[in-house]
Design a protein around this ligand. Structure first.
Ligand SMILES: N[C@@H](CCC(=O)N[C@@H](CS)C(=O)NCC(=O)O)C(=O)O
Length: 214
């Protein structure tokens, strides 16, 4: 498998964690999101991924974009180390937690959105920072409430073994911390992040441990 990735991309980080948890080898193809205005926007990359975003996973004849779809594909193709529970309610809950991040937090804080705010709407750094903080804090608060209220939550997002929800949570926390957000305010999120980051798969997938890390 070939993974188009950028060390700090939280969406690519999700896929790296899943690959590591499942013990699947892959070749990393770095796509620098900042250099020269962004390699993700070059024609040759857009032919692979028309969105101009990372990650992209290629497996034999198939090219997949969208981290959630990629994780579901890996789950279907390599079920040996499951990242979804067996029961329907548990599967829905794990997807719900992941989608709070994938659909409600991440899309409004993406690099291209922050660039649009700066270049098209004239938002200065302080305004962009306020925007980022607002949507991340709002989303993490929602996620924290879900984790706190649900008895299915174990030490991790859903019980004792990592699931797709943990693959989404850890990169979002990394991203938030990089922007100076105090995640200690969310005790369940903080505990899960701490426990996951001790596991070898999460360590191997960490941005600092990627070949393109700077
Ligand atoms: N919904 C997509 C989001 C992908 C995405 O937004 N990737 C970011 C990095 S985390 C990106 O490539 N940003 C480049 C840009 O905004 O120009 C997914 O889950 O794969």
């Amino acid at each position: 498998m070939k993974l188009y990735t950028y060390f700090r991309s939280s969406a690519a980080y999700r896929v790296r964690i899943a690959l590591q948890l499942k013990g699947l080898g892959y070749d990393a193809v770095p796509v620098h999101l900042l250099r020269g205005g962004g390699e993700q926007l070059l024609d040759n990359y857009r032919q692979i991924n028309p969105s101009g975003l990372v990650p992209t996973l290629q497996d034999d004849w198939i090219t997949l974009t969208q981290s959630m779809a990629i994780l579901e594909y890996l789950e279907d193709e390599h079920p040996q180390v499951p990242l979804l529970p067996k029961d329907a309610a548990g599967r829905a809950r794990v997807r719900e937690l992941a989608q709070i991040i994938a659909c409600d937090i991440h899309p409004v804080n993406n690099l291209r959105v922050l660039r649009y705010l700066a270049h098209e709407l004239g938002a200065d750094e302080a305004a962009r920072d306020k925007w980022y903080r607002h949507w991340v804090e709002d989303g993490l608060e929602v996620l924290e409430k879900h984790l706190a209220r649900d008895p299915s939550a174990g030490p991790l997002c859903h019980g004792y073994v990592p699931t797709i929800a943990d693959c989404f949570l850890v990169p979002q926390v990394f991203n938030a911390q990089r922007h100076g957000i105090d995640v200690e305010r969310y005790p369940n999120i903080c505990r899960i992040n701490g426990l996951c980051n001790k596991l070898p798969a999460f360590i191997a997938a960490h941005p600092a441990n990627q070949p393109d890390a700077e």
